[in-house]
Each structure stands twice: as structure tokens, then as C-alpha cells.
Design a binder for this molecule. Structure first.
Ligand SMILES: Nc1ncnc2c1ncn2[C@@H]1O[C@H](COP(=O)(O)OP(=O)(O)OP(=O)(O)O)[C@@H](O)[C@H]1O
Ligand SMILES: [Mg+2]
Length: 309
């Protein structure tokens, strides 16, 4: 008689027959579901830090690279974990913290499903740090759109990471997560010494590629010059679109008003745009208001997920 699983060594097993089906596949219908499963895997591997690099190409192809500093995967099992039923949770299925109504994990199916639904899924680095990258065609597996219209990107991925971080940290506040473009995630990995700084740009670029972070030579050089700001951790409590905005100054009646012509306003806008781009950001909805005794500039600053290198 065959048991419910077959031992694959190093703590891994392949669930056989009904046991895999009984634990049930967590249904992945959107890119966000795939991200959540990648995050759960990193958390369950004991990661204290998870870095998510995201890009959208041609408004269609989403690349997600999830990098974590957890226990890693034995080199010998690198490809096996993408096969159906392969798991280390055969004896101890994982229950979601804070929500015991959710199905337990440990069917060994998430990575297999992600691989089946994506154009490409690979384990790029098995440990120190671990990196798994998946590329999705959002025409085949869509993304949920944000309800809010205030952000230019309709992606809900950052919100997924925020929610995951929040619920994980309710019980033991130890998880730090980061979300950004490959260049900014690379700057963040260097900042926290998850990877060692190399003086030489070709070497750093190679290391970034090995982790699934596709960055241009120009970006690598900018990172080495310290011009790319690391992303702030989501666990630090800040949210995209942020609290803490304040209005500066008050109107001074009777004071002079500086009128700006179209050309001057355009030049100011241009300076802001260039400053933003050098930090991989964009500005939009710029409003320049000349009032007695003051000029007020107000613009929305955001990180585009569309690549433009
Ligand atoms: N980031 C990671 N770090 C270390 N091990 C990992 C990581 N991601 C996956 N694994 C290993 O790969 C196995 C397979 O992962 P997969 O998500 O496919 O299945 P599972 O987590 O066991 O169950 P479920 O189908 O409920 O997600 C895991 O059991 C785990 O041992
Ligand atoms: Mg899993």
C-alpha cells in the first residue's frame, strides 16, 4: 500500500493521491494571489525581510521577483519545488495567523500552479538570499484593479504586500517588507547588506541579474554613486500616498503677487520632472498658485511601475 507521501530527502516529500487533493489547491486566479503565495512561502521559511521587485512591460507583462532572507531551499531541490505535491509541510500544514477559517497550507501546489499560470517561473537563487521570479501575461492572468483612482497605476500588488505585512505582524512584529522597482530594490539590498557592495558596476549588475533584478548599466552606476534611494520598509508604518502632508504657510494679505508666465511654469514643471525621474519617480497634476506673499507648488509624486530605462 502506498502512503500519503513519498520521502524526497532534506525534509521534502511528494504528496501522493488523495492527500494532495484533500489539502486542496489554494486557488490562484489573479497575479495578487500568486504574490501572496510567494510571500507565505518566504514567511514560512523564517524570513525577517522580504523584498518585492515589480515591473510592468508594455502594460501587459508583469514580472515579480520575491527575494527573502529565510532558510532557503537545498540546491538539490531547486527544480523539484516547482513540481506538484512537493512540500516540506506534509507533516505540519500551515495555518494562517489571525485567520483560522482559511484553509491550511501544505499541498505543495502553489509554486506548481504559479508555474503553470505564468510565462516563466524560476528559482533564481536558493539561499542567502532566496529569489523566485515569475513573469505573468496579465491578459491571461489578470490583476485586480484598485478601487482608488488617485494612483496612476491600477496595480493592487503593493496593497497586497501591505495587507500581508500587517496581518503577519499582528502576532509577532518581526517581518519587514519592501516594494519597488528593480533598481530601487537593488539599492535597498545593498543598503541593508543583503548583498555586498561591489565597487565595480559590471559585477554588481551580474549579481542583480542572478537575483532576477534586470537593471541597466546606467542604473547600476547611479546606485553605486548613491543616487538611487532605497525604498522605505512597509512595516515602518508608512503607506503609499501618505499621511503627514501638511499645508505650508498662510496667505499674507496685501503682500505682492508674483505672476508666472506659461513658459516659467513649464520650466518649473520640467525641473521637477527631471528631479523625480532621477529617483525613478514621476510627478503629475502640478499646480502652481501665485498668492499674495507666496507661491504654492503642489504635485502628485509617484513611482511608476511601467519600465522606462
Ligand atoms: N522562499 C522559500 N524559501 C524556502 N523554501 C521555499 C520557499 N518557497 C517555497 N519553498 C519550499 O517549496 C515547497 C513548495 O512550495 P509551494 O508553495 O509550492 O507548496 P507549499 O507551500 O508546501 O503548499 P501550498 O500549496 O499550500 O502553498 C515548500 O513546502 C517549501 O519547502
Ligand atoms: Mg506555499
Amino acid at each position: 500500500m502506498e502512503g500519503p507521501y513519498r520521502d524526497l530527502g532534506a525534509g521534502f516529500a511528494r504528496l501522493t493521491g488523495v492527500e494532495g487533493a484533500r489539502r486542496g489547491p489554494s486557488r490562484i486566479t489573479h497575479v495578487e494571489d500568486a504574490l501572496l503565495e510567494l510571500l507565505r512561502n518566504a514567511r514560512d521559511a523564517g524570513a525577517a525581510n522580504i523584498y518585492v521587485a515589480s515591473t510592468l512591460r508594455d502594460r501587459r507583462y508583469r514580472t515579480l521577483t520575491v527575494i527573502d532572507d529565510g532558510n532557503g531551499i537545498p540546491e538539490s531541490h531547486r527544480d523539484l519545488i516547482l513540481e506538484p505535491g512537493v512540500t516540506t509541510r506534509h507533516l505540519n500544514p500551515v495555518t494562517e495567523p489571525g485567520d483560522h477559517s482559511l484553509p491550511t497550507h501544505g499541498a505543495g501546489l502553489s509554486l506548481y500552479q504559479i508555474k503553470s499560470l505564468s510565462l516563466e517561473t524560476s528559482v533564481l537563487s536558493t539561499s542567502s538570499p532566496t529569489s523566485i521570479r515569475a513573469i505573468f501575461d496579465t491578459n491571461t492572468i489578470p490583476e485586480r484593479t484598485l478601487q482608488s483612482t488617485t494612483r496612476p497605476s491600477n496595480s493592487n500588488l503593493r496593497a497586497t504586500l501591505e495587507h500581508f505585512t500587517e496581518t503577519t505582524n499582528i502576532h509577532s512584529p518581526r517581518l519587514h517588507t519592501y516594494y519597488g522597482t528593480p533598481a530601487r530594490i537593488l539599492a535597498t539590498l545593498l543598503h541593508y547588506r543583503i548583498i555586498q557592495n561591489q565597487r565595480e558596476s559590471a559585477g554588481l549588475r551580474e549579481e542583480a541579474f542572478a537575483l532576477g533584478l534586470g537593471v541597466s548599466m546606467r542604473s547600476v552606476q547611479r546606485i553605486l554613486r548613491g543616487e538611487v534611494v532605497p525604498v522605505e520598509g512597509i512595516s515602518a508604518g508608512e503607506r503609499s500616498g501618505g499621511a503627514g502632508r501638511r499645508r505650508v504657510g498662510g496667505r499674507v494679505d496685501g503682500a505682492p503677487v508674483l505672476e508666472l508666465g506659461v513658459e516659467e511654469s513649464e520650466r518649473i514643471a520640467d525641473i521637477l520632472r527631471r528631479a523625480a525621474r532621477s529617483g525613478y519617480m514621476e510627478v503629475a497634476d502640478l499646480r502652481i498658485e501665485s498668492r499674495p506673499g507666496e507661491i504654492s507648488l503642489r504635485a502628485r509624486v509617484y513611482e511608476p511601475e511601467e519600465e522606462y530605462e
